[in-house]
Structure formats: structure tokens, C-alpha cells
Design a protein around this ligand. Structure first.
Ligand SMILES: Cc1cc2nc3c(=O)[nH]c(=O)nc-3n(C[C@H](O)[C@H](O)[C@H](O)COP(=O)(O)OP(=O)(O)OC[C@H]3O[C@@H](n4cnc5c(N)ncnc54)[C@H](O)[C@@H]3O)c2cc1C
Length: 507
């Protein structure tokens, strides 16, 4: 165990109460457990109950020069869970900051604190009889919307490119001072929650994927659920089909027929893992499972949603999707709430579901339990998040390499992708394994690193990092690193907040 300054602990205890300060070794070990091997130790766990308590916690950390790392709900599975990027930090968890501060149905806004989860926001909107569409994730419904946005996470739906649909960030700086972004910095500004940038330099981006401040609240911008909501699904047989499919989807997204973040493409392994676990019996315990070798094909699946304000518009959208996709895909199907697909029996947009988390039990020897906890169940999950040009050929070529490297190392890469615009597609590639198998942690990490190196060599840089990949980026060009370092030195001269987070050591 590693202990912070006793004087700091004493001050935190008298500030928060003993229950909100944990130094118990078992609990700290649990907090230091991710879905892959880590070595960072956690010195203590703090759970402030308000923004002013968080500010005071940081002042104490500054006074004693104790490094702190902040998580909101700490369910960053596949990217580090609650584990800080550096050894010896005190972890501050913001679950108790769980107020929904404001809701404006007409203007489509929801102002939430950092501990508000996808499930809590959904239930709140339901209780209000709201028609706003909350873009949900495939990840844990109990995870924080603010943290997901701070990581520039992706969700399903028209404002699913989350970081692009928020305003009025409330931020606690490393010295405990409060900062408001956009028009929210002015007392009484009528569009404080409504206008994204305000006037002058926009600071919002500084607090996403950084260690410059802690976002305690933000306003989400949402659109109403459409009057007519339809889904479509389709399948292609191979990489050549994938290339054609993505080119056709690019046209549909560019034309505005399908919204950005409103269509996803998965490989067959990801789909297979949703339906069940690894075929240990069929494979007589051998790994990996090459679907192409075993079953003769390895298809890709596409699922999208279409929202329209009227039936006539909905019909037109459907016809346009048919026109573009019919020539390139097999079994194009449309469905709606009256004829839902088996995967979505309640086909309603904006409902957080835990179904996708079952994929993390792919290589486990037991079925996913009712209460899913990937850290506790020692599910091995390593995520890579490359951003690629929305050109079918580029993506298909890179995915062939990913398949080759993954299977050669003994893992079936689970691949999903999400065109955020007609220009770029965000991919999420995960290696799912069983941490109980001796040597598997090291093999999976080596495979992760090889995949990352291969993608970066092709120019496909990651749009999001985990603690396993903070050092993976190539050196910066120009003054970027110097400017970020200067801002860090200005707001956190002692460097106490999340050392090593999104910082390349040798820049
Ligand atoms: C099967 C599976 C599916 C997934 N699907 C998705 C998906 O569809 N989309 C997606 O985006 N992710 C997905 N994830 C990844 C991850 O689980 C989610 O992104 C989740 O929302 C992150 O957990 P959290 O919200 O609890 O964040 P936390 O663990 O609380 O925080 C994550 C990181 O963000 C930073 N942070 C946290 N709070 C703040 C704050 N208040 N201010 C500033 N920085 C902060 C910290 O550095 C922290 O380490 C998936 C994971 C798995 C295993």
C-alpha cells in the first residue's frame, strides 16, 4: 500500500467525513483493478458530495502536493476503469455529484452534474414525460454522461458525437477555482446554456481528454425523438463488400439521409459475442476461432436508424437507403416499433441497455451474471479507438491487417465502427479475453500494442486513449505540445491533477 501525507488525509476526513475517505487496502486494490494488467497503486479514494467539497479537496491536494486523479463513475472499461495513468494518485470519484440541475424541453437542453448516469438521465426524462432523444452508449448504463463526454465518447443518435453537442461547462481547476465556459461566464447571459461557443476564445475543448480541469457540470443539447422512427440492417460477405458498403453509407450520410452517428457497422465476431460465448466445445478448447476457416465466411453487419418528421419523409428516406444500398448488400431489411428486430424488442431511441456488455464475457467460462462488473469478473478487455477516413478501401485494407494481427496473436478482434460524418469514421476495436488464463494479460497487451503500431504506421491515429495507450502517440509537429504544457503550467504549476493523462512523456 502507498499512503498520502497523513496531514492531507486528516484534512480530507474532517472536510468530507470518514465515510467518504477510503484507505482500506482491499477497496483500494479493487479500485486499482482494470480489465487488463496494471501496476498503478491508488493511495486513497475520496468521494466529495458537492462542487464546493471538490474544490476544497483540491486545495488540500495542492497544499500537500498530492497527485489526484478524477473519475466520475469509474466504468471506463477497456480503457482503464478507475485506474489513474500514474502510480500513487489519490482517486476522487464524483458519483455523489448526481443532480440534474435544469431541463428545458422546448429548447432541448439538460444540465447535469458529473455523477449523473445514462440510466438516471433516461429515467428523469421519462418522469418528465420528455420527448428528448438521449444518445446512449453500448457501454454501461450506470456510467457518467459527463465523463463519457470528457473522453469524447460516442453514442447512438443525432447528437451522439457527444462533445460536439454540449455547452456551458462548469470546471474546477486544479487549484480549486471555478471556471464557466461560453456565455455561462457572464452573470445573467440568456443563452448561457444554449449557445455553444459564446464570444471570444472557446475553452471547452481544453477540458476534454486533458488534465487541465475537472468538469463538474455541463448542458447537453438534444433533439426530439422523431415522429417516424425506422431502423435498417444489412450484411456484406467480406472485405470487398465492406468497402462498397462504407462508400454507399458515406453518400447517405453526406446527403443527410442518414445522420452522423446513426449507423454502425460491426464485424461478425462482435455480433457473435453479443449472442453468446466462445465456442469452446466446437473448438475443443483451442483458440482463436477463425470464422472464415471454421464456417467459410466472415460477414460484416450494418444497422442504422432513420428519424423523420412525417410518414412521407420516412418513406422517402427508406427509398433513398434502398437505392444506395440494394446494389451493395445482401438482405437489406427495414423495421420499426411495430415490427422490431429480435435484437431490439423495444425499438425506442434513447434507452440505455446493458446488452452489449455481454460481449466482454466472450472468452469466460461462465455466462454474464445479472449484475455485470468486468473488473470484478476478470474479463479481459482492451480497447483501441482509431479514426479513419470514410473511404471504404482504406477501412477494409486496415481491417484485413487488424484481423491478421489479432488472429496470429490468438485473439479475434471485435470491431465496430461509427461514421461521425461523411469524412471520418471512428472505430472501436476490442480484444476480449479471460484474465484467468495464465499469460493472457501479457499476450493481449502485446497484441494491442502491435495493432496500435500498425494502425499508426498507416496514419490511422487513435481519437481516444486508455491508460494502456497514453504513450502510443507519435511526437507532435509544431508548437502543440509546448502550448498545452504552458497552459498546464499556468493552471497546475505543481502538476497534481492526473499526471500523465493524455501527455506524451518525451514530447
Ligand atoms: C462492451 C463495451 C461497450 C462500450 N461502449 C461504449 C460506447 O458505445 N461509447 C463509448 O463512448 N464508450 C463505450 N465503452 C467504454 C466505456 O465503458 C464508456 O466510455 C464509459 O462511459 C466510461 O466510463 P465512465 O463514464 O464511468 O467514465 P469514468 O471512468 O468516470 O471516466 C473516464 C475518464 O474520463 C476522465 N474524467 C472522468 N470524469 C471527468 C470529469 N468530470 N472531468 C474531466 N475528466 C473526467 C478521467 O480521466 C477518467 O479516467 C464501452 C465499453 C465496453 C466494455
Amino acid at each position: 500500500m502507498i499512503a498520502p501525507a497523513p496531514a492531507a488525509l486528516e484534512q480530507w476526513r474532517s472536510l468530507l467525513g470518514a465515510d467518504a475517505v477510503t484507505t482500506d487496502g482491499v477497496e483500494l486494490d479493487r479500485a486499482a483493478t482494470a480489465t487488463f494488467a496494471t501496476t498503478q497503486r491508488i493511495a486513497a479514494l475520496l468521494r466529495p458530495g458537492s462542487v464546493s467539497e471538490l474544490q476544497a479537496c483540491l486545495r488540500i491536494a495542492q497544499q500537500h502536493r498530492v497527485p489526484v486523479h478524477v473519475v466520475s463513475t469509474g466504468l471506463n472499461w477497456g480503457l482503464g476503469s478507475r485506474v489513474p495513468p500514474s502510480d500513487g494518485c489519490v482517486v476522487i470519484e464524483l458519483r455523489r455529484l448526481d443532480h440534474i440541475r435544469h431541463h428545458d424541453e422546448a429548447l432541448g437542453t439538460l444540465t447535469i452534474e458529473a455523477g449523473v448516469t445514462f440510466r438516471a438521465a433516461h429515467e428523469f426524462l421519462q418522469r418528465q414525460g420528455s420527448n428528448l432523444w438521449l444518445p446512449v452508449i453500448g457501454g454501461p448504463p450506470e456510467s457518467s454522461i459527463v465523463a463519457n463526454t470528457a473522453e469524447r465518447g460516442d453514442g447512438e443518435g443525432p447528437s451522439g458525437d457527444r462533445a460536439a453537442h454540449v455547452a456551458a461547462l462548469e470546471v474546477v481547476l486544479p487549484d480549486g477555482e471555478l471556471l464557466h465556459t461560453g456565455f455561462d461566464r457572464f452573470e445573467g447571459a440568456a443563452t448561457a446554456r444554449l449557445n455553444r461557443f459564446g464570444v471570444g476564445p472557446s475553452l471547452d475543448g481544453l477540458f476534454m481528454q486533458s488534465n487541465l480541469g475537472i468538469i463538474t457540470a455541463m448542458t447537453l443539447h438534444m433533439v426530439p425523438r422523431p415522429a417516424v422512427y425506422q431502423g435498417f440492417s444489412a450484411r456484406v460477405a467480406d472485405f470487398a463488400g465492406l468497402a462498397r458498403l462504407l462508400d454507399a453509407l458515406r453518400e447517405l450520410v453526406a446527403e443527410g439521409v442518414v445522420g452522423g452517428n446513426c449507423v454502425t457497422v460491426w464485424n461478425a465476431y462482435k455480433l457473435l459475442a453479443c449472442a453468446g460465448r466462445y465456442p469452446f466445445v466446437r473448438m475443443q478448447d483451442r483458440t482463436p476461432f477463425s470464422m472464415l476457416d471454421e464456417l467459410g465466411s466472415e460477414p460484416w453487419l450494418c444497422a442504422g436508424s432513420l428519424g423523420a418528421a412525417s410518414a412521407a419523409l420516412g418513406t422517402a428516406q427508406r427509398e433513398l437507403v434502398q437505392l444506395r444500398l440494394r446494389a451493395v448488400v445482401g438482405d437489406l431489411q427495414f423495421f420499426d416499433a411495430d415490427s422490431p428486430p429480435p435484437s431490439h424488442p423495444d425499438f425506442v431511441p434513447g434507452v440505455p441497455r446493458p446488452d452489449n456488455l455481454r460481449t466482454a464475457y466472450w472468452r469466460k467460462r461462465f455466462d454474464p451474471p445479472a449484475s455485470i462488473d468486468l473488473d470484478r469478473d476478470r474479463c479481459g478487455v482492451l480497447w483501441l479507438c482509431p479514426s479513419l477516413p470514410m473511404r471504404g478501401g482504406d477501412v477494409a485494407e486496415a481491417m484485413q491487417e487488424v484481423r491478421r494481427i489479432g488472429l496470429a496473436a490468438g485473439f479475434e478482434p471485435h470491431v465496430g465502427m461509427n461514421p461521425t460524418s461523411p469524412r471520418a469514421v471512428n472505430l472501436y476495436i476490442s480484444l476480449m479475453y479471460d484474465r484467468e488464463v495464465p499469460g493472457e494479460d501479457a499476450r493481449a497487451l502485446a497484441c494491442h500494442d502491435a495493432l496500435m503500431a500498425c494502425l499508426i504506421a498507416r496514419g490511422h491515429l487513435p481519437y481516444r486513449l486508455g491508460i494502456q495507450s497514453m504513450q502510443a502517440l507519435p511526437p507532435d509537429r509544431g508548437a502543440h505540445g509546448r502550448v498545452v504544457a504552458a497552459i498546464k503550467a499556468a493552471v497546475d504549476p505543481a502538476g497534481i491533477l492526473s499526471p500523465g493523462r493524455y501527455v506524451r512523456k518525451s514530447n
